[in-house]
Design a protein around this ligand. Structure first.
Ligand code: SF4
Length: 65
């Protein structure tokens, strides 16, 4: 699985960070998403899928299994 984010679309809700803190962080200034790992830890794969599904801005994209 590879993850990409569109910080320009992000509305800084923080859901992805709560779900998968090893993959996503938030910019200290404006709260927009910061991608920590293009290839998330295996233990977070389900949480990353959940984040992609629930992101209110559709700012998370997944590729691969
Ligand atoms: S869940 Fe979506 S809108 Fe919320 S911080 Fe993460 S990328 Fe941004």
């Amino acid at each position: 699985m590879r993850v990409s984010v569109d910080a320009g679309s992000c509305v800084a809700s923080g859901q992805c960070v709560l779900l998968a803190p090893g993959t996503f962080d938030q910019n200290e200034d404006d709260g927009t998403v910061v991608l920590l790992a293009e290839e998330p830890p295996a233990a977070e794969a389900d949480a990353v899928r959940q984040a992609e599904l629930t992101c209110p801005a559709a700012a998370i994209r997944l590729a691969g299994a």
